[in-house]
Structures are given as structure tokens and as C-alpha cells.
Design a protein around this ligand. Structure first.
Ligand code: AR6
Length: 177
């Protein structure tokens, strides 16, 4: 756990679809029409109205984010972002991933979101090396918080203990540094 201004940042092993937060972030693809992984889990839990709204959005470029309602989810909103596919690191993957976190937080601010949960964007099917992805996630969120004092809680939702350990390491390095 780390506190920056008014905001508590924490990591948990949890299914992101169960979280009672204002917004959860979806690791989507450019079509925004669903898929596997966390995307599939979010669409299953939200129900078919989520897909109907996504069909009106005309997709989303890599590194950007778009907001929908949460429908049957406990979260009020879903922020759909599209992470980069890892291709060795020379195709702007790191800056595109950072852009996902920044754009998601901009969407959150526009919707007056006070609590938000992120999955480990690009760390599944898109194969981004998780140690580097987690560093980018934590640093980008911390940097963005100084511009957004209204956010009160950020949760990094992890699928397993190995991913949790990465976030804990990054958060505690910044708490002590
Ligand atoms: N709660 C939290 N984390 C989860 C959950 C869950 N319910 N389910 C999976 N994860 P991925 P990507 C973790 O593959 O790499 C989809 O088909 C998972 O263990 O979901 O950005 C989209 O449509 C991993 O750590 O997303 C795209 O086509 C992390 O979430 C593509 O996959 C992200 O894994 C996006 O790939």
C-alpha cells in the first residue's frame, strides 16, 4: 500500500469484475467487441448491454481509452483501454502502455471517478514482460495523481500471487524512497 496525497494505491489478488469501485479498466482490443482474458470476464459479468454500448464506439486505438457504463457489474463504469502487443520492445510498447494508464485516468477524471481498478494491461495474451509492465503501471499512475487530486483509491487487481509480488515490490520501493 502507498498513499500519495489523498489517494491510497494498493494491489490485491482479486477478480476485477467483483470490485465495488467507481470504474474498472478493461484490457480490450482495438475492436472493443470483446475477447478472452479479463475482457471476456468483464463482458460476461456485465451482460449483453455492455457489448451493445461498445458497438457504438467505433473501436479504440492502441494506447487510448473509452468509457462505458458498468451494467450488471458492481462498478458504475468500465474504462476500455487497448494495450500494445509486445513485439520485442522497439515498437513503442513502453510508451503505448504508459499512455493506456494516462488515458484511462483522464476518462476517470471526466466521469468524476473516485475509485478505480486496473488489471495488468498487456500482461496476458499480449505478452508484455510483467516486471517492466508493472513498473510502468505504478510510475504512470503516481505521476498522473499529482494532476488529479480527486482520486481516492487505485487498486491494481492481480490474477495471481506472482503478479501481486511485483506490484508490492514497486509500491514499497516508492513508499520507502
Ligand atoms: N481479474 C483480474 N485480472 C485478470 C482477470 C480478472 N478477472 N482475468 C485475467 N486477468 P489479458 P492483454 C489478468 O490477456 O494481455 C483479450 O482477448 C491476466 O492474468 O486479459 O492486455 C482482449 O480482447 C493478465 O495478468 O489482456 C485482447 O484481445 C492480465 O489480466 C487481449 O486479450 C491481462 O491479460 C488483450 O491482452
Amino acid at each position: 500500500m502507498l498513499t500519495i496525497g489523498n489517494c491510497r494505491i494498493e494491489a490485491q489478488v482479486v477478480d476485477i469484475t467483483t470490485l465495488h469501485v467507481d470504474a474498472i479498466v478493461n484490457a480490450a482490443n482495438t475492436s472493443l467487441l470483446g475477447g478472452g482474458g479479463v475482457d471476456g470476464a468483464i463482458h460476461r459479468a456485465a451482460g449483453p448491454d455492455l457489448l451493445r454500448e461498445c458497438q457504438t464506439l467505433n473501436g479504440c486505438p492502441t494506447g487510448d481509452a473509452k468509457l462505458t457504463a458498468g451494467y450488471r457489474l458492481p462498478a458504475k463504469h468500465v474504462i476500455h483501454t487497448v494495450g500494445p502487443v509486445w513485439n520485442g520492445g522497439a515498437r513503442d510498447e513502453a510508451s503505448l502502455l504508459a499512455s493506456c494508464y494516462r488515458c484511462s485516468l483522464e476518462c476517470a477524471r471526466a466521469a468524476a471517478v473516485k475509485s478505480i481498478a486496473f488489471p495488468a494491461i498487456s500482461c496476458g495474451v499480449y505478452r508484455f514482460p510483467p516486471d517492466e509492465a508493472v513498473k510502468i503501471a505504478v510510475q504512470t499512475v503516481i505521476d498522473a495523481l499529482s494532476a488529479d487530486p480527486s482520486l481516492e483509491r487505485v487498486v491494481f487487481a492481480c490474477f495471481d500471487d506472482a503478479m501481486l509480488a511485483r506490484y508490492e515490490r514497486e509500491l514499497s520501493a516508492r513508499a520507502s524512497g
